[in-house]
Ligand binder design. Sequence first.
Ligand SMILES: Cc1cc2nc3c(=O)[nH]c(=O)nc-3n(C[C@H](O)[C@H](O)[C@H](O)COP(=O)(O)O)c2cc1C
Length: 234
Amino acid sequence: MTNTSLFIPVILGTTRQGRQSEHVAKFIVEQIATRDDVETELIDIRKIAIATNDAGESIKDPQFSATVDRADGLIIVAPEYNHGYPGLLKHVLDSCLKEYIHKAVGLCGVSAGPFGGTRVIQNLLPVMRELGLMTIFYDLNFGNVQRLFDESGNLIDKQTYIRRLDKFMNELVWMSTVLRYGRQKVNLENKHSTEVNLHANKPCPEMATRMGTDAIDTFIQASTDTQSNKVETS
Ligand SMILES: Cc1cc2nc3c(=O)[nH]c(=O)nc-3n(C[C@H](O)[C@H](O)[C@H](O)COP(=O)(O)O)c2cc1C
């Protein structure tokens, strides 16, 4: 590793017993470990003790928050459940916000069916955008996943997936590098884009403090002030 290495952790997005996605996530982590330009680690959402009687930033797990904050990019391994994403994955993702802004994300779909989680990926795209993450335009797809790994969890056709992963990683590294440069060097003085997305009516204490209003009123206040040019949104 060099001091310019990127940090790109891999989120294993299901808690299901017997999850095949674990093999996929571990394969990705192992392969990234062979690169000298990226540092990685596995974030298993099963290990994040997150409350289920609340939602959003108030139930942030400090370790998950710190890891995402340090990250230059993310890889999300998402199994397809009823054409969507696992609810607990979304619940964990929703617990952070500013940690994601202007960082890259690569999506990996996993499915029992032949389409390799393309539908879960499609459903994740608007979520990524709302979180402030930039998606790359190359995905990883592990279709018919129950046939891809042997009993020890090793990929049977490893070379094919190594080739695809290399292409995916090269794109993710490019995007993460550019965005890191932008976060560190591009300062447009008050004309930078919004730090949190004003389009969503989500309580945001930081924004509320800056605007001198209650968190719950942030959306309404932001819209009003934008019209009267008091808030720069672009
Ligand atoms: C609740 C649930 C819904 C599922 N829905 C789909 C689906 O819509 N399409 C599909 O191809 N596989 C579906 N599957 C199968 C998973 O894709 C399969 O279990 C695969 O191994 C990836 O999930 P896993 O990591 O939990 O094993 C579903 C599995 C579960 C548990």
